[in-house]
Design a protein around this ligand. Structure first.
Ligand SMILES: *Cc1c(COP(=O)(O)O)cnc(C)c1O
Length: 373
């Protein structure tokens, strides 16, 4: 069986977890949390990065930081994970879904402007598969209308747009370190703050509404409740697991890219569509997908792959067509590509350590399937 995903196992993670346990300091914001955020701030040239309990938590923090409330509208693609929308719906916002581009499955930057109304409070972009949205155009539009941009870079850790790390381009960015992502702490994420004005507010929000972060920096002599907040900081045990992977992030990234290239090379002659990476993007091989003719062919091929012990899976059901999406949002304009492209997509096994012969097997099974129809 070739599973769809496997979390990286690194011996150093055991060592760090043990060290954290032995230190008897396993709550948040200890040694490993600091090592992780410092590593990311330096590597990604980010103003401030706060480790969180999930990408969902980071998205919820964004909605609070941007003061989203009832009656506000937030623009985003429909082809995304449920929490991209839910984080804003929790504050009372209405979601306005915009169509995606067929090549990258990212929000179509040309269709955003028409969806802006005087109720629009933010633009949320999702870098699908770690391939960047057209950020120059989106940032220019946002500036013109005075709107903040949130990057859901859950899948974009270690990927870049014109040399800038994904997550560091918009007003705020969010990473995921869930088990299914390129780097993982089981459950976890991070908030990337690119606008100075949100730094202190975010620290307070993350720490139960207290000024504990300032207290630890010696800037206040006692800490107390100062504003609204919740608990968004992960434990040191989780951070220790993540740090072992960040230390080897280049190796993990290159390994995945190598698998991605091999899939591409072995599948490129077949009558299926392969991922497209615009020239300004350096991706991180988060997903290798193929696109077949339609929903029916996808069901057949998925069954065929499963019968050959290959863990291939489809991906998002567009949010606007779901019960929650209909309740809390609306699709702006015409759904030209969102449903059509989502219905024909299949994700192939991809993880750190996937072997060349396993990729060859997957490619051969796909080829045999195509030869048989
Ligand atoms: C994985 C993912 C999330 C959620 O991440 P969690 O860390 O599980 O909360 C949000 N958005 C996108 C695009 C994702 O891929």
């Amino acid at each position: 069986m070739i599973p769809f995903n496997k979390a990286p196992y690194l011996p150093a993670a055991e060592k760090y977890v043990t060290e954290a346990l032995r230190s008897s300091r396993i709550a948040g914001d200890g040694t490993y949390t600091k090592l992780c955020s410092k590593w990311m701030e330096e590597r990604f040239q980010a103003k401030k990065i706060l480790l969180t309990t999930s990408c969902t938590a980071a998205l919820e923090m964004c909605a609070i930081l941007l003061d989203i409330g009832p009656g506000d509208e937030v623009i985003m693609p429909s082809y995304t994970f449920v929490t991209t929308a839910n984080a804003f719906v929790l504050r009372g916002a209405k979601i306005v879904f915009v169509d995606i581009r067929p090549d990258t499955l990212n929000i179509d930057e040309e269709k955003i402007e028409a969806a802006i109304t005087d109720k629009t409070k933010a633009i949320v972009v999702v870098h699908y598969a770690g391939v960047s949205c057209e950020m120059d155009k989106i940032m220019e539009l946002a500036k013109q209308y005075g709107l903040p941009v949130v990057e859901d870079a859950a899948q974009g850790v270690m990927a870049a747009y014109k040399g800038k790390a994904l997550g560091t381009i918009g007003t705020l960015g969010c990473y995921s370190f869930h088990e299914t992502k390129n780097y993982t702490m089981g459950e976890g994420g991070a908030l990337v703050i690119n606008d100075e004005q949100y730094v202190e507010k975010a620290e307070i929000l993350r720490e139960k509404g207290t000024n504990r972060a300032r207290f630890f920096r010696g800037m206040v002599d006692k800490y107390s409740w100062v504003d609204i907040g919740s608990s968004y900081l992960p434990s040191e045990i989780n951070a220790a697991v993540l740090y072992a992977q960040l230390e080897r992030a280049d190796e993990i990234n290159e390994d995945r890219l190598c698998s991605w290239e091999q899939y591409y090379g072995e599948l490129k002659g077949l009558p299926i569509d392969l991922p497209q990476v615009p020239e300004f993007c350096s991706h991180n091989a988060h997903i290798f997908y193929i696109k077949v003719k339609d929903l029916k062919e996808r069901q057949h091929m998925l069954a065929y792959l499963a019968a050959h012990d290959i863990g291939a899976v489809f991906h998002y059901v567009p949010l606007h067509s779901s019960e929650g999406g209909r309740k809390f949002g609306r699709f702006f304009g015409e759904d030209v590509f969102t449903t059509k492209e989502s219905e024909r997509l299949i994700r192939l096994p991809m993880w750190y350590g996937l072997r060349g012969e396993e990729i060859t097997k997957v490619a051969k099974v796909i080829e045999t399937y195509i030869d048989g129809v």
